[in-house]
Design a protein around this ligand. Structure first.
Ligand SMILES: Cc1cc2nc3c(=O)[nH]c(=O)nc-3n(C[C@H](O)[C@H](O)[C@H](O)COP(=O)(O)OP(=O)(O)OC[C@H]3O[C@@H](n4cnc5c(N)ncnc54)[C@H](O)[C@@H]3O)c2cc1C
Length: 502
């Protein structure tokens, strides 16, 4: 059958949901097509026994509190999505076990962060103040740039935002060194590098500082009912706006007419629209577009490096967290303080979360859940994994990390395991169809960093009738940025459709 709409959104991940919410909210006839039977993409949960496990979200950056809502809470209320978020008071505990190791817990909040960092790195007050000033200047510079639609007055930029301009294209390592931090303080502040997936010598400072500011000022937001609650709330807004969502509807092909994308094809139907927004990674869209793809788009996607993926070990324990003495919400564990070493070494770094530390009744009374998330930077660790030994590989992998966690923290989990589930990049590849199971789109490093992506935004993948949103976009992966990417894509589409109608 043939269906006609103003906007088709392909994929109901974070970006697709906010894009459909915004477009339908603007009165456009919108349909959201999702291959699975539920919304959210990575923002989902699954059940094993009496435990519902969060599939991805550890913490939501820049959410703020109910009294002082920040970007993400404001975005949800703007879209009409009703959500309840808990705010974690501590940023993280970071344990480095090797030489010059440390065990440090940092608090959220401007005062809390400073106090807790000074407690372990006394004498760094001036550097922290300089960092705060740079965070403020960066925020103001970005707001000014947005107000000027990306065409700022050069004199204003140089005179008012000189430090921002000087720092924005440098690595976070360079900028923190320039601000005068000691190596120990730098390493502690740099712990979040894992959320970008690129070692600090390469991670763009603008990207990192934006994230750091979000966590310091807003704390970590954690939904009471896991990220799936956020996905459902957004899907509800699409319905309330009169939009349509079709689950179990996999797009197999993008339809072109004279170089313009005019619709999509599923196994049984064709959908046509003035504009198509894809939440699906460009790699896959190009594969589905066959001979219609342009060489420049193929070259660009081919040159980009796929982002990291994860192995996640989900544990449902038969005791509450106090019984085992798990007091923190997020614990980073590394052998070496250097992010480069953490990136390169086996068991270089992993992160462990106990959801009950943030949301006490996240699991049935008398139980708790612990999730060990291991980033995978090198797909070659799976070279010898076959269909026959996949189960054993997962089991050995989980054992190795659980034992390490127990040895480092003294928290005994193994004897309390009631449910265990292990996901790998193969799980992601099978479920999401993402190339190599990446959960992070394209790696933001080298020539392909936040700055260059943002500056080239208008000229990249500028396929008429087709726009993109999601973790593969200019601002990269993460909940907050993918929600925002959907709104940005929809706003541009709304503008074009309204202009076209005049
Ligand atoms: C283990 C893990 C932990 C994470 N922790 C955090 C965290 O703590 N904080 C944070 O900010 N971020 C975190 N992230 C990253 C975050 O989850 C992702 O960046 C974000 O969810 C990606 O959203 P997206 O918009 O790119 O859509 P995706 O989630 O990639 O969704 C794409 C959607 O498109 C659908 N689709 C694909 N192909 C088709 C097709 N052909 N037809 C129809 N539908 C299709 C898929 O089914 C899916 O629903 C984590 C990720 C993982 C994996």
């Amino acid at each position: 059958m043939r269906f006609d709409h103003d906007v088709i959104v392909v994929g109901a991940g974070n970006g697709g949901l906010t894009a459909a919410s915004r477009a339908s909210g603007a009165g456009l006839k919108t349909v959201l097509l999702e291959k699975h039977n539920l919304p959210g993409g990575f923002a989902a949960s699954f059940v094993r026994g009496r435990f519902e496990f969060e599939a991805s979200l550890h913490e939501l950056c820049d959410a703020g509190t109910e009294d002082e809502p920040r970007i993400i809470r404001r975005l949800f209320s703007e879209l009409g999505a009703d959500i309840k978020l808990y705010n974690e008071k501590y940023l993280f505990r970071t344990i480095v076990t090797g030489e010059d190791g440390y065990d440090v817990t940092l608090e959220a909040g401007v005062d809390g962060f400073k106090k807790s960092l000074l407690a372990v790195c006394p004498g760094e007050e001036k550097s922290i103040d300089k960092l705060y000033a740079l965070l403020d200047e960066t925020l103001n510079a970005l707001e000014y740039n947005k107000k000027k639609n990306g065409k700022p007055n050069k004199l204003v930029a140089v005179t008012k935002y000189g430090n921002f301009l000087k720092s924005a294209s440098h690595s976070i390592e360079d900028v923190l060194t320039y601000l005068g931090f000691s190596e120990k303080a730098r390493r502690i502040i740099e712990t979040y590098w894992l959320y970008i997936g690129v070692p600090v010598e390469e991670a763009n400072s603008l990207h990192y500082l934006e994230m750091l500011r979000g966590y310091i000022n807003g704390g970590a937001g954690i939904p009471y009912h896991k990220s799936y609650e956020l996905s459902l709330a957004l899907a509800d807004t699409v319905y309330k706006n009169g939009g349509e969502i079709r689950y179990n509807t996999e797009v197999k092909e993008f339809i072109y007419d004279n170089g313009r994308v005019t619709g999509v094809r599923t196994d049984n139907d064709e959908y046509y629209a003035k504009e198509v927004i894809s939440n699906v990674i460009p790699h896959n869209v190009l594969n589905m577009s066959g001979k219609n793809t342009r060489e420049k788009d193929r070259k660009l996607c081919g040159a980009r490096k796929l982002g990291m993926s994860f192995v996640c070990i989900f544990l449902g324990l038969d005791c509450d967290r106090k019984t085992i003495g798990f007091d923190d919400y997020t614990v980073f564990i590394a052998k070496n303080a250097s992010s480069k070493r953490q990136y390169e070494d086996d068991m270089g770094i992993y992160v462990v979360n106990c959801l009950n530390s943030a949301v006490p009744d996240a699991t049935p009374a008398g139980t708790c859940s612990v999730v060990i998330t291991v980033p995978v930077f090198r797909p070659d660790i799976f070279d010898n994994v076959t269909a026959e030994n996949y189960k054993k590989f997962k089991s050995d992998f989980a054992k190795k990390y659980i034992e390490d966690f127990e040895a480092v923290t003294g928290i005994g989990v193994l004897s309390h395991v009631e449910e265990i589930s292990v996901s790998t990049p193969a799980t992601n590849a099978r479920y999401f169809g993402s190339p190599e199971g990446t959960a992070y789109g394209y790696e933001m490093s080298g020539w392909d960093n936040l700055m260059s992506r943002t500056l080239n935004k208008e000229n990249e993948l500028d396929i008429p009738g087709l726009s993109f949103c999601g973790g593969h976009g200019p601002s990269g992966p993460g909940f907050g940025v993918t929600y925002l990417s959907g709104v940005d894509a929809a706003d541009a589409v709304i503008k074009r459709i309204k202009e076209g109608a005049q």
